[in-house]
Design a binder for this molecule. Structure first.
Ligand code: FAD
Length: 359
């Protein structure tokens, strides 16, 4: 269904920076944007592995749409982990029913260092008041609901904010490097008053620990999406290398070009295996899945950034137009090395794991 729906429109969405809202709502109402949500809440109850395969498929077609899926899935997962049963029953069906959600933790002064969050969530009788400013929130420009992380009196918490609430201002980022139609926006929250049950239960931990819950899903989703980027780049590069001749032979018969194809295959297969491993651990409920998700995200994002550059090299001028699959991939994949824990932050976490398990 995604293949027909996206068709050849990914380039147009990328150029205009917009995916039609009815397209997103239609996919959302079928539960496809957060397919791991439980059936009891209107979801498709996909395993992590099955949702991953779907995410890779969409990632090969359009990274902006895949980014929207990542945000919606991350919001649904955060509710599943941090909301009480009543909150879940009230909120998750909205996400499987066509409403759109974004997850906001980053701030101007708190990027990699989430301990620096300054947004305040203050209890005031039977209300909570939210004050702060978020940056670079994917899907926020399309969203009905925002899952906002901030400081509480007791530590940290997350609150569900309708974008229609007085005091919320969404400022779309019009010129992102890549994933241009993913609805990135900065958010102002000025004295936003909400009923007390907007604050998710099961909270009051450190900001970094709290956000890690959301990021675990985000990492898996981005990793699978990057596997899709690599698949799309490999297909485009291989087709071109077979079809075009220079110096009297196919490009594929020049060994230096063939090396790029081998590099793309190695990157795609390595990313896929790392994702499959992490998803299987996720589906088993293994605690090892936390590190496996970081590993998968790191392998897939770095592989996709390098792989996309290889694909552009193989297509050369044929892939050098704005909107071409490999040109989009080059811009989109670079951003995947920044989000859900940058490459450097992933390396630090993997090094800590290596040190802890060295004995
Ligand atoms: P900084 O933290 O300033 O880092 C700059 C550089 O320094 C990076 O290379 C980083 O790896 C490196 N660095 C920082 N600290 C260390 C260290 N200790 N050791 C080694 N290197 C270090 N945020 C949300 O809340 N929700 C979203 O949906 C969302 N979507 C995004 C989508 C896109 C396309 C982008 C670009 C960002 C998005 N973000 C989102 C924000 C994203 O989470 C941050 O950009 C990311 O955490 C990095 O923070 P920063 O950009 O402030 O970089």
């Amino acid at each position: 269904m995604f293949t027909d729906l996206v068709g050849d429109r990914a380039a147009e969405w990328d150029r205009t920076g917009r995916i039609p809202l009815d397209t997103l709502r239609g996919l959302g109402a079928k539960g496809l944007l957060c397919a791991q949500a439980p059936a009891a809440h209107g979801g498709l109850a996909f395993s992590s592995r099955r949702n991953g395969e779907l995410t890779a498929h969409v990632g090969a077609l359009c990274s902006s749409l895949r980014s929207v899926m990542t945000s919606q899935g991350m919001a649904a997962w955060t509710l599943r982990r941090l909301a009480g049963p009543g909150q879940q029953a009230a909120l998750v069906p909205r996400l499987t029913g066509g409403e759109l959600a974004a997850v906001a933790f980053s701030e101007a002064g708190a990027g990699s260092d989430l301990s620096a969050l300054r947004t305040r969530i203050t209890r005031d009788g039977d209300e909570v008041v939210v004050d702060g400013a978020k940056v670079w929130t994917t899907n926020a420009a399309y969203a009905d609901l925002l899952v906002v992380f901030g400081r509480t009196e007791d530590g940290a918490g997350a609150v569900v904010v309708p974008v229609s609430a007085p005091g919320v201002r969404i400022e779309r980022i019009e010129d992102p490097l890549g994933c241009r139609a993913a609805g990135h926006a900065d958010i102002r929250l000025d004295g936003v008053r909400l009923p007390a049950d907007a604050l998710l239960q099961g909270v009051d931990r450190t900001p970094a620990l709290l956000v890690t819950t959301a990021l675990a899903y985000g990492r898996m989703s981005v990793a699978w999406g990057c596997t899709g980027i690599l698949r799309g780049c490999l297909t485009a590069a291989a087709r071109h290398a077979k079809a075009r001749e220079q110096f009297g032979v196919r490009l594929a018969d020049h060994q230096l070009v063939a090396r790029h194809l081998a590099g793309l295959l190695v990157a795609e297969q390595s990313a896929r295996r790392a994702c499959e491993h992490a998803s299987d651990l996720w589906d088993e409920g293994s605690p090892d899945m936390v590190t496996a998700a970081v590993l998968a995200k790191h392998v897939a994002a770095t592989g996709a950034a390098r792989g996309a550059a290889r694909a552009v090299q193989v297509l050369a001028s044929a892939g050098s137009r704005d909107g071409h699959t490999v040109a989009r991939a080059l811009r989109d994949a670079k951003l995947m090395e920044i989000i859900e824990g940058s490459s450097e932050i992933c390396e630090l976490m993997l090094a800590q794991h290596a040190l802890a398990t060295a004995g």
